[in-house]
Design a protein around this ligand. Sequence first.
Ligand code: FES
Length: 651
Amino acid sequence: SQDPLVIFTPSGKRGHFPVGTPILTAARQLGVDLDSVCGGRGICSKCQVTPSFGEFPKHGVTVEEGALSEWNKVEQRYDDIRGLPKGRRLGCQATVQGDVVVDVPPESQVHKQVVRKRAEARDITLDPVVKLYYVEVEEPDMHEPSGDLERLVTALEEQWEIKGVRADLHILSTLQPCLRKGEWKVTVAVHLGDEENPPRVMHVWPGYHEGTVYGMAVDLGSTTIAAHLCDMSTGEVVASSGLMNPQIRFGEDLMSRVSYSMMNSDGAQEMTTAVREGMDALFTQIAADAEIDKSLIMDVVVVCNPVMHHLFLGIDPFELGQAPFALATSDAMRLRASDVDLSIHPLARLYMLPCIAGHVGADAAAVALSEAPDKSEDLVLVVDVGTNAEILLGDKEGVLACSSPTGPAFEGAQISAGQRAAPGAIERVEINPVTKEPRFRVIGSDIWSDEDGFAAATAVSGVTGICGSGIIEVIAEMRMAGLVDAGGLIGSTEQTGTDRCFADGRTNAYRLWDGDEDQKPITVTNGDIRAIQMAKAALYSGARLLMDKRGVDNVDRVVLAGAFGAHISAKHAMVLGMIPDCPLDKVTSAGNAAGTGARIALLNRAARAEIEDTVRKITKIETAVEAKFQEHFVNASAMPNSSDPFPILRT
Ligand code: FES
């Protein structure tokens, strides 16, 4: 008669196996995702499964008690020491005795899905580049002399099918005592390598090592450095923190840093040292917060814009400051973390995503990895707004990219009452279209002001200014209330019927908040509107240029990435004509998509080759040399803008 049938859930994979076959072996043969660090020796308990009994009409089997071998000594010992949850068996110990249905719980899957807070464009499948393996190494034999390392390499190959593992001197100095202390059983952290590098031993622990190893995903911005410490065996973010980029003292924006490096012979070097020291200090702080040993951090992924990319690597960004904006290299970088002075594990590696073009950096590549426009069925426009807007447009047929110089107005700079997003800043505004009276809400409070601004003013430390999302809302609301014309001019008291609009030199201004004893009133001036018009025109014309190249007048959906994108209201952005016309429910926010992209590249090694391939295929558009860009820019300064249709907006 036929061998017993083994069915795995949730995968549904099935096959017949001889009586006595361990479940782990059956899983391996069927390609079922069942974890194991100890290689079936009953030590790691990663292989836990839950057998089910009873009738399974769907699978056409009835499972009887006794379909699996009895609880054995190894399981008993494991249960005595650490406890095995009720109903669970060790897959490497339980053997097939009859037809059986075996469930693989999520925590026993090797390629588990990393839990993410919201539905995002892609899931992260855990498959990090550094993993732990338990091996039993042959003891040395006088009659067949070979080195301890060679026998470790053979064990990794035979027990784990990892071929050609190399080891640095650092490992050799600890290997012999470890092997002897662990009685020829050791746990090895292996960096699995990539196109350029063979697999490498990163660390050796005697015996079975219970712990885990860590990686760091870094979003290196011009203003802040943000890093997430991730557990490489669960994919969880264990701790996160951010730090002001210490390069700020050399220039607030990127171009002033490029000119600092041109003006000072050691300028680039000083900035390189500053950013590396900053990142190292941030790592130290995060490791301390998480109470882990910094030397357990074995892999780092960094995403950043091209200027930061060069300054971090120690390359003078001079060429990026002038046409044709040539990068030293646009390829992904694979380095030792010690090459950039990070004091984590001495053999830790560092991966930087590829840059897309001279103005479109590894941060935009990370956004592409996270939002996957290249896999989209419908045509998606992804914009990451900062001092530069990085714009991607595409679908499965192809992706185009450009960057557009929006300037800092969206961050509240160049705005008379503008400030960074912080408590006290006005972030939400409504203007009554009949009375023209405003209500607003400030960051740090969930109370809307009454028409005198009273509640918001008293809710926190007062009203201190307007942040980027607030300025967009107030201008869009002013436009909808008929206080501003399409050209961006604020009406007079007579024209608008409210004394909130008043003469301000040769133009008019709008009083958003009356002020109190401590704070000056907050007004929106024509200059403010002008600055936002310029910024939004730059953003819109970049998007429009890509749409021209693609030959379309509309996009199916819009994704707003970045901190700014997370706070801005889609309706107000569209009223201003910042983004092309599109149904409002098709405008979504992706949060910090660049940071998410860094985390994907950290936790899934295949994602690295994938994004390198995607970036090679992206069509790069340089806005500076496109005559059409200027034309669009002029048209796009009107609200929404003077030449393109916004049919959905009008309805
Ligand atoms: Fe390690 Fe079963 S594989 S305990």
